[in-house]
Design a protein around this ligand. Structure first.
Ligand SMILES: Nc1nc2c(ncn2[C@@H]2O[C@H](COP(=O)(O)OP(=O)(O)OP(=O)(O)O)[C@@H](O)[C@H]2O)c(=O)[nH]1
Ligand SMILES: [Mg+2]
Length: 459
């Protein structure tokens, strides 16, 4: 495929040891050889082999030095994009990186769009669509487990699983079409056998979808909101979980006004944890905005951690907040369990929160926090298949295609015996089309563009 030449800064802007400018396209080696002066006199970049490094200077049109750089060459098709790729390692300051990029873009080379290098890798057949999507997941992974899921996907695990299903569906369709096209020579396939073969592929897809759920949690994480009336210890809990004094803690009720967020790793699950303003009726205009934000945080969370305070006892606010929580996962923490004077007893909890998950903790003394973590893990994975392999994790786009493919197969099964065989072939063809969207075999251009749009420039 003939493409133009593109370049972009592939490292984040800012100060660092090195910055890397990546170029890809048929003319990039030639282009860089004109703006680069190697240390070894007479050495010609164009003659250098793939996977070589060459040290020298990038120079401007007058031959003046711009920066000392190390040039990495990768010759297509053995490169990330499948085309000739040059990586210019310059000094990692804002100015050298910017000047080198400007020099590179001086001529025929244009600035790459977000994700364009990976898009070329896809278009040149180096990666399928699900592998290209894994590249973003690797960049964004927040826990070891999340990274493992993404690395498996980059290896093409999804593609391999789907290929098995596609091969079987192609086999079924071939049998049907042969009997439709040559009715005199080839017998109709046995309906019971067809039914069995289609059913087993339906099962395979359903299994893939359910085993994906666990891996998706490791990849995407969850949002948890810490809520409660003022002064129960919400900010203290956030600080204990993130292991730093992130939020202000005082003995005054109404300390926190904004939602304070951070990421923590709970047994491999990336958790976005939100500390919120204590919920109560207040005339203070700033605090009441904070209370509104707390209520919004409740709505957007996958998991709610509701704090109660042994020292202040159960109040009408506690009950009111509890009743505003809908169908979400909920853990009730009865905090300040270290206090001698206790105004909450187990019977009070039983009376108002019967059947709910309750943990007695002292955030101040770190008591009960381990149990909180294991309870979060259990709750998040409850009802999901046990699996240690992190085999596949579909994203929304892939799931939608998979579910549509599944629908077509279910239609095929329902129509078996009532509609003519060639209608069955259409349903199975539809399923194949949908499954093909996951690897990218049957993707429309606008969808391809949407996939790569999520990427950052330089990737
Ligand atoms: N004894 C005891 N005191 C605690 C514990 N946890 C928090 N506190 C104290 O309770 C007070 C309030 O703590 P915060 O973490 O600011 O409470 P908050 O829920 O964030 O309060 P607002 O932001 O005002 O809603 C502080 O004086 C904390 O030191 C605990 O486990 N035991
Ligand atoms: Mg607070």
């Amino acid at each position: 495929m003939l493409q133009d030449d593109i370049a972009a800064l592939s490292t984040p802007p800012g100060e660092g040891g090195v910055a890397i400018i990546r170029l890809s396209g048929p003319g990039v080696i030639d282009h860089v050889s004109k703006i680069f002066r190697p240390y070894s006199p007479g050495l010609d970049l164009k003659q250098r082999p793939g996977y070589s490094l060459t040290l020298g200077h990038m120079v401007d049109a007058q031959g003046l030095k711009i920066d000392e750089v190390l040039i990495g060459l990768m010759r297509g098709p053995k490169s990330y994009t499948g085309e000739d790729v040059v990586e210019i390692n310059c000094h990692g300051g804002v100015l050298p990186a910017r000047r080198c990029l400007k020099r590179v873009l001086d001529g025929e080379v244009r600035l790459a769009e977000p994700g364009e290098f990976t898009k070329r890798a896809f278009l040149n057949g180096r990666l399928d669509a699900s592998q290209a999507e894994a590249v973003i997941d690797i960049i964004r992974a927040k826990t070891e487990q999340g990274l493992r899921v993404a690395l498996n996907q980059l290896e093409g695990r999804i593609g391999q699983e789907l290929q098995l299903i596609e091969d079987e569906l192609i086999g079924i369709n071939a049998a049907i079409e042969a009997s439709v096209d040559f009715p005199d020579e080839i017998e109709e396939p046995d309906y019971e056998e067809l039914k069995g073969r289609i059913t087993s592929q339906i099962k395979h897809i359903k299994n893939l979808l359910s085993s994906s759920l666990r891996s998706e949690i490791y990849r995407d994480g969850i949002k948890a909101a810490i809520i409660g009336k003022p002064n129960v210890g919400k900010s203290s809990l956030l600080n204990a979980l993130v292991k730093q004094e992130k939020a202000i803690v005082t003995e005054l009720p109404g300390t926190t006004r904004d939602v304070i967020e951070d990421y923590i790793n709970i047994r491999g699950i990336p958790v976005k944890i939100m500390d919120t303003a204590g919920i109560r009726d207040t005339d203070d205009p700033v605090e009441s905005i904070g209370v509104q934000r707390s209520r919004q945080a409740i709505k957007g969370a996958d998991l709610i951690i509701l704090l109660l305070d042994v020292g202040s006892g159960l109040a009408k606010e506690d009950i009111e907040i509890f009743s505003s929580i809908e169908e979400q996962n909920l853990i009730i923490l009865v905090n300040k369990d270290d206090l001698a004077e206790r105004k909450i007893e187990p019977e009070d909890i039983e009376k108002h929160f019967s059947g709910r998950t309750v943990i007695w903790v002292s955030v101040k003394e770190g008591q009960g926090l381990e149990l909180l973590e294991s309870t979060i893990e259990e709750m998040v994975f409850s009802g999901l298949l046990e699996s240690e392999d992190y085999e596949v994790a579909f994203n929304l786009r892939q799931k939608r295609s998979l579910e549509r493919g599944l629908n077509s197969l279910e239609d095929a099964l329902n129509n078996l015996g009532t509609l003519p065989l060639d209608c069955l072939a259409v349903d199975i063809g539809g399923a194949l089309q949908k499954l093909g969207e996951i690897s990218g075999k049957s993707l429309k251009e606008d969808v391809i563009n949407r996939i790569f749009h999520d990427f950052c420039i330089g990737k």
